[in-house]
Design a protein around this ligand. Structure first.
Ligand code: IPE
Ligand code: IPE
Ligand code: MG
Length: 232
């Protein structure tokens, strides 16, 4: 049975710091502008056939950054969650946070819980935000829950392991930086030099259009391939 569902797009939102530096601004200005880009992309995603959007907001390795920058990022996240909830409810966007929560401030963890609870009924777009997230940690965690079958292991992965259809990285680097490794086994990869704060609806449309032209084979021969827009 082939189920025609929307696509799952994952984005590694990179290039905030360089965006700011190239304008003679401090790095935190780039993160602020990056938060505005998140708003635009969340608004445009449903119009492009995206039903799930996974955004890499803060990696477990980002703790290595100076405390003031980490604080700015956490503050922006909390503000985003608190200010966007009403719009998300109105637009049918369901917020889910993936990653560790035990190293976050109580304020932020509470904001996450509240955002998830308030938006739980959304059916238009599933917005997954990865915070203190490491894909390797998630896999190790799932494996150490005592799973004895692959199905069980997949069930233990965050939000039951959603296959990524299209993985986008902005900012010019061509690497995964520990984001959704398992889920991206057959993801189409799309790298753009556009820095995250400059990413907008048109940039997202360009990525989705290229994805639609890719031929996905999942190991089979071309004739047997499922069309790109069909999520597995
Ligand atoms: C992405 O932008 C945001 C996070 C990683 C939290 P960067 O801050 O990595 O920006 P660059 O890569 O230094 O330009
Ligand atoms: C990946 O970007 C993490 C996020 C976008 C949140 P980084 O800027 O941290 O990745 P590296 O260090 O260039 O691999
Ligand atoms: Mg970076």
């Amino acid at each position: 049975l082939i189920r025609q569902t929307g696509i799952h797009v994952a984005i590694i939102m990179d290039g905030n710091g360089r965006w700011a530096q190239s304008r003679g601004l401090p790095r935190h200005a780039g993160h602020r502008a990056g938060a505005a880009a998140v708003r635009r992309v969340v608004e445009d995603a449903p119009t492009l056939g995206i039903s799930t959007l996974s955004l890499f907001a803060f990696s477990s390795d980002n703790w290595k950054r100076p405390a003031p920058e980490v604080n700015t990022l956490m503050h922006l996240l909390e503000r985003f969650l608190r200010t966007e909830v009403a719009t998300c409810v109105e637009k049918g966007v369901r917020i889910e946070i993936i990653g560790r929560r035990d190293r976050l401030s109580e304020r932020l963890a509470n904001a996450m819980d509240a955002a998830e609870r308030s938006t739980a009924c959304g059916t238009v777009l599933r917005l997954r935000i990865a915070v203190d997230y490491s894909s390797r940690d998630a896999i190790v965690q799932a494996a150490s829950c005592g799973a004895t079958s692959r199905e069980e292991l997949e069930k233990n992965l965050p939000q039951s392991c959603l296959n990524v259809d299209l993985l986008v990285r902005t900012g010019g680097e061509k690497r995964l930086s520990d984001f959704l490794l398992w889920e991206s086994a057959y993801a189409e990869l799309y790298f753009t030099d556009v820095r995250w704060p400059d990413f907008d609806g048109d940039a997202l449309r360009a990525a989705v259009n290229e994805f639609a032209l890719r031929q996905r084979r999942f190991g089979a021969l071309p004739g047997d391939a499922r069309p790109a827009r069909v999520a597995s």
